[in-house]
Design a binder for this molecule. Structure first.
Ligand code: PLP
Length: 419
């Protein structure tokens, strides 16, 4: 883009910014929360369970017990995630993040299985593909697990880097993965990446991949990306214990009142059941039964299509505005996800913090720059996560206009100063 055209863009962006400044906006695209309309889709769940049904169900869901959950709930999670009957399932409470936290805590204190030393005997480290999910990194930081950032491309993590690290350092105990419609880039791991994760040699005995399948059925349109079966690949490679998968209905029914699950080898699940049994006598089985009855009536796939009808226009609106304001400018690039909850925006290096701060001054809240990186450190100061799910369509459009104008202005100035 030539200098004059760029100067024109920056000057027009400044005029728009001046207009936005007078509007006292209050927009928020920080977190991947379902909108109220999405939550309304699941309201029938509250009336679906009659007192007679509740009383008649065996085992009695009103009572204590059933630490690993109801069989029908386990079957639902197997269906959603594509896990086979060879995997055991542990049903948790309302949050899979909670299960991830407690799994790491257990491994740090008691080891990743019978007769394995506690991870915490040495400085445990985790591989963290970036950009990634900020709360994964917060769990590691909170529990004292050192994080090693590894880059990602459209196929998944940089596997040359991952293989070199895990094969040479036995303090690297595990790795985070959001393998489908990843948070925040929206990519799905390629078959080759899944194969290499399953076959790679690890220096640590009891290395574990935390396979966070949070977006397993969260397609935005008719094009459904396929994720290879990591359990099968690990079994074939002689590493049947390597993967612990997590999933939940948080972005299927109610984000705060769903059901979560761990799917893994029978040995891994038995080990975790044994330890989690000290925290609780059993999870909320009434809520599990509600979910079972709800999906019997509405079907997971059909229900997710209704979510997509609400989500897809918001994503399209944001993507259209990014394209019309920033396409071919060289000021930013962004992902075009087929599922999940996020768009990952990379602005000109050295500009992300300033863009986020300027947007905040104009009344548009964005996730702090760097939050998709361990310790909040984005060395390039380039990445911004966009979550268009929660605001109304009009607000998504307005948020996009503010963001585009600020990127044009901040990054445009930067580019001009370098010319
Ligand atoms: N995992 C990922 C990748 C997420 O993006 C989120 C929420 O944004 C979660 C887990 C949270 O899941 P839950 O509500 O089951 O704790």
């Amino acid at each position: 883009m030539d200098k004059m055209a760029l100067e024109q863009i920056v000057s027009e962006a400044q005029s728009k910014i001046d207009e936005f400044a007078n509007k006292k906006l209050a927009l928020d695209i920080t977190r991947g929360k379902p909108s109220q309309q999405q939550l309304d889709l699941s309201m029938p769940i509250l009336d679906i369970l009659s007192a007679d049904d509740l009383r008649a169900y065996q085992p009695d869901v009103r009572n204590y017990g059933g630490i690993d959950g109801l069989e029908e709930m386990k079957a639902l999670f197997r269906d959603m995630t594509g896990a086979s009957s060879q995997e055991s399932v542990l049903i948790g409470g309302n949050s899979s993040l909670n299960l991830m936290h407690d799994t790491i805590s257990t491994y740090l204190r008691y080891g990743a299985g019978e007769a394995r030393p506690p991870w915490g005997k040495q400085q445990a480290k985790f591989i963290c593909p970036v950009p990634g999910y900020d709360r994964h990194f917060a769990v590691c930081e909170h529990l004292g697990v050192e994080m090693i950032a590894v880059g990602m491309d459209e196929n998944g993590p940089d596997m040359d880097a991952v293989e070199a690290l895990v094969s040479s350092d036995n303090s690297i105990k595990g790795m985070w993965c959001v393998p489908k419609y990843s948070n925040p880039t929206g990519i799905t791991y390629s078959d080759d990446v899944v194969r290499r994760l399953a076959t790679m040699q690890t220096a640590a005995d009891g290395f574990r991949i935390f396979w966070d399948n949070a977006y397993c059925v969260h397609h935005l349109g008719d094009e459904h990306e396929q994720l290879a079966d990591i359990f099968e690949a690990c079994r074939a490679a002689g590493h049947p214990q390597r993967v612990v998968m997590f999933a939940s209905t948080s972005k299927i029914t109610f984000a705060g009142s769903g059901v979560s699950a761990i799917l893994s080898s029978p040995e891994n699940v038995a080990w975790l059941v044994k330890h989690f049994g000290f925290q609780t006598i059993g999870p909320d089985k009434v809520n599990q039964l509600r979910h079972i009855r709800f999906f019997e009536r509405y079907g997971v796939e059909e229900h997710m299509k209704r979510h997509a009808e609400l989500l897809q226009p918001r994503f399209s609106k944001m993507l259209e505005r990014l394209e019309s304001g920033l396409g071919n400018t060289g000021l930013a690039k962004w992902t075009n996800p087929k599922g999940g909850y996020f768009i990952s925006l990379d602005v000109l290096p050295g500009c992300a913090k300033e863009v986020v701060a300027k947007c905040a001054e104009l009344g548009l809240k964005l996730t702090p720059a760097g939050s998709a990186f361990p310790y909040g450190r984005d060395e390039k100061d380039s990445n911004i996560r966009i979550a268009p799910s929660f605001p109304s369509l009009d607000d998504v459009a307005l948020a996009a206009d503010v963001l585009v104008a600020v990127v044009q202005q901040v990054c445009g100035e930067k580019l001009l100063s370098q010319q």
